[in-house]
Design a protein around this ligand. Structure first.
Ligand code: DX5
Ligand code: ZN
Length: 226
């Protein structure tokens, strides 16, 4: 059976205590920490850099995925890899040299992730699939937590699964990010998603551990139906 990874985004957590917040989420049952890195250029908001990523990665035992919503990711790869991020995910929309960028991420020792905005076509993926370890499908326009989940993006999921399977490379993971809750997680899993990134549904809940359990439960039900 496939393993589903639940990856809380810590964007909505107390920004002064991100490492502690990440540890709490690990103790609440999270499988991975999703760190939203924003530069105030690619998206309007400015968040954290590699030093904070290092504090988080030192504090938790589970992997950290750095989602780089930045205009110039190349200069940041080595510092986020040195910070201990297991995956470094860059947006396809910011680069004319995706293949080179993905290679540089793997050379840094991290897994290479590519993120795709809702309105971005996916055909480029067939050319880089063997160089990719994680595909992050955005179901909101990046920049903020708590936005409405865009269902029209769902048709990309099986199409991306096919491209990855046909590539014959190492099996890359499909991650989904934006408005993920227990009411859409089951459908997302049945379409082929491996990683559920979820921000406000988990960190805005009275009991984040219960929210994680709910996501896990609907995931299991969906996998049982396969
Ligand atoms: C949006 C970020 C997401 C966001 C998810 O730009 O990439 O990771 O924090 O939060 P929710 O689940 O609230 O949409
Ligand atoms: Zn994100």
């Amino acid at each position: 059976m496939r393993k589903i990874i639940i990856a809380p985004s810590i964007l909505g957590c107390d920004q002064g205590q991100l490492a502690m917040e990440a540890l709490k989420l690990q103790n609440a049952g999270a499988d991975m920490i999703h760190l939203d890195v924003m530069d105030g250029v690619f998206v309007p908001v400015l968040t954290v850099g590699a030093d904070i990523a290092a504090c988080i990665a030192r504090k938790v035992d589970i992997p950290v995925d750095a989602h780089l919503m930045v205009d110039k990711p190349a200069a940041l790869i080595d510092s986020f890899a040195a910070a201990g991020c297991r995956y470094i995910t860059v947006h396809v929309e910011v680069t004319s040299h995706l293949d080179r960028l993905l290679q540089r991420i793997r050379e840094s020792g991290a897994g290479a992730g590519v993120a795709i905005n809702p309105a971005t076509p996916i055909d480029f993926l067939q050319w880089v699939a063997p160089a990719v370890d994680l595909v992050l499908i955005m179901t909101v326009n990046p920049g903020y937590g708590g936005q409405k989940h865009l269902e029209y993006v769902h048709s990309k999921i099986p199409a991306i699964r096919r491209i990855l399977d046909d590539s014959g490379g190492e099996k890359a993971l499909i991650s989904i990010d934006g408005g993920v809750t227990d009411s859409n997680a089951g459908r997302l899993i049945s379409l082929g998603v491996d990683i559920l990134v979820s921000g406000s549904f988990i960190t805005g809940a009275d009991d984040p551990a219960e929210a994680i359990q709910r996501l896990r439960k609907v995931s299991m039900i969906s996998l049982d139906g396969e």
